[in-house]
Design a protein around this ligand. Structure first.
Ligand code: UD1
Ligand code: MG
Length: 475
């Protein structure tokens, strides 16, 4: 079996260059923390033990780990004395046989398949210490791989300790290693702080293992982008864009049309069925799911939203909501948590809905606010209707039945119930229940004051127009 026995993830660093009050490894990329991506790549390897070395921001990293990887054991590194020191601490109490995979918590683009290939090459060559390397267009800042005349790795030299010749080497240490447990323990006990940073370098174990007469290998990865680490916000953006492209490619391969993959941002947890079309400028986040044939965008943000087959969402922001099959949303709708649109329903232009159910085929087409309501099927809510759910202290419920016609500009002052088949007159302020089949009229009766404009606004363009229409000053 190739499964590593122990996996050690190094995540104790300060992440100073991020200039953030949040731990570097907790910054999200595509809906998952940087550390979460590393653990997701490691998970399919089926290791017996997962150990994460934490230090800076230890409480928040620990909390996060207990949510995303409850089986992981955390090792606290109070003083950051280097990667070698971190591994020494992690080895204490860990299994003593088999293999140990070591990697950094800030390389979110690594994939399980690359790690598996790396592990397979290590075993095929009966290596005692293998390091994953990559040729970088700009190797600055990384440890360089120094090979001997036969092409075998002889040592790793850090940027700060490199002379001109070594600095010119483009092959770098990605920070991913697989070790024979015994060989690592023996070598880790021998490393010293004899370097420009005065730290214990894990990289030094390679030369020590070679000196002990064992096989050490540098295994080149053919996709260097996978090994990119994040140290600052520019690298965060670079990795986020690579992750976006990777996710979008996968989504397109599964039969989804993405009109503009550069402006489409899909989180790792999102599920999209075939024949969905995503127009430019969309964000599909969290646990969002989209059924076949739905059309999303342009410019829509869906967070934890369930979109039914054939639904359309245009220029809208929706979260923690359900949009039924063939339903229409937008343009410019705001669906807040707890919104449930049944099949064939509509939340049209400039409509805000929260914590409400809109029944099958019912429509809220224009300029409305619907809060804390249950609306039956086949009902139409007239333009500019407001569900007045808040009395300044508490929220109240409104119930609207089936086949109801709410007149435009109705205020439904909750708690209130409109029976099946009932109407309300446009402009009504409804404060009492309207029984089934009735019309609720709650507005002042109209009065026309004849000639008012000609008397009070004499000479105005309105008065002139009225005169041309035959109006006189008489009341
Ligand atoms: C390290 C390697 C370098 C390699 C690069 C790849 C060493 C000495 N150098 O350099 O060869 O090219 O990674 O990205 O290993 N950490 C701890 N405790 C510590 C120090 C670091 O947990 O005391 C963690 C950090 O949080 C980070 C990882 O180890 O996740 C690497 O540390 P970092 O300081 O970023 O090392 P680099 O200088 O990048
Ligand atoms: Mg680093």
């Amino acid at each position: 079996m190739n499964n590593p026995d122990v996996v050690i993830v190094l995540a104790a660093g300060e992440g100073t260059r991020m200039k953030s009050s949040t731990s570097k490894v907790l910054h999200p990329i595509a809906g998952r923390s940087i550390l979460g991506h590393v653990l997701a790549a490691v998970e399919p390897l089926g290791a017996q033990e997962l150990r994460v070395v934490i230090g800076a921001h230890k409480d928040s990293v620990q909390d996060h780990l207990s949510q995303i990887a409850p089986a992981a054991l955390t090792v606290y590194q109070a003083e950051r004395n280097g990667t070698g020191h971190a591994v020494q601490l992690a080895l204490a109490g860990a299994a003593t046989t088999g293999t140990v995979l070591v990697l950094a918590g800030d390389t979110p683009l690594l994939t399980a398949s690359t790690l598996k290939e790396f592990i397979a090459v290590h075993h095929a060559n009966e290596s005692a210490a293998s390091v994953l390397t990559a040729d970088l267009p700009d190797p600055f800042g990384y440890g360089r791989i120094v090979r001997d005349d036969e092409g075998a790795i002889s040592r790793i030299v850090e940027e700060r300790d490199a002379d001109e010749e070594v600095a010119a080497i483009s092959e770098i240490n990605t920070g991913v290693y697989l070790f024979d447990n015994g060989a690592l323990r023996e070598a880790a006990a021998k490393i010293s702080k004899d370097n420009s940073q005065g730290e214990l370098y894990l990289t030094d174990v390679i030369a020590l293992i070679k000196d002990a007469g064992k096989v050490a290998l540098a295994i080149r990865s053919n996709d260097y982008t996978e090994t990119l680490g994040i140290n600052d916000r520019s690298q965060l953006a670079e990795c986020t864009a690579i992750m976006r492209d990777r996710i979008n490619d996968e989504v397109m391969k599964s039969g989804v049309t993405i009109i503009d993959p550069t402006t489409t941002w899909i989180d790792v947890g999102v599920k999209i069925a075939h024949d969905v079309v995503i127009h430019p400028g969309c964000v599909l986040a969290g646990s969002t799911t989209v059924d076949s044939g739905a059309v999303i965008g342009p410019r829509s943000t869906l967070t934890n939203v369930k979109v039914g087959a054939g639904a359309r969402v245009i220029e809208s922001t929706c979260s923690d909501s359900e949009i039924g099959a063939q339903a229409n949303v937008g343009p410019y709708s705001f669906l807040r948590p707890g919104t449930k649109l049944a099949a064939n329903s509509k939340a049209g232009a400039y409509v805000e809905i929260k914590n409400s159910t809109i029944g099958e085929g019912s429509k809220v087409p224009h300029l409305s606010y619907v809060g804390d309501a249950t609306i039956g099927s086949g009902t139409n809510i007239g333009a500019a209707t407001i569900f007045v759910n808040y009395d300044g202290v508490e929220k109240h419920q409104t119930v609207v039945g089936d086949e109801v016609r709410i007149g435009s500009d109705t205020m439904l002052v909750a708690p209130v119930t409109i029976g099946d088949g009932a109407y309300t007159a446009a402009g009504s302020i409804i404060t009492e229940d309207v029984p089934a089949g009735s019309i609720g009229v709650a507005r002042a009766k109209q009065r026309n004051v004849l000639g008012w404009v000609l008397r009070k606004r004499a000479g105005s363009s309105s008065a002139e127009a009225a005169k041309r229409a035959g109006a006189t000053e008489r009341e």
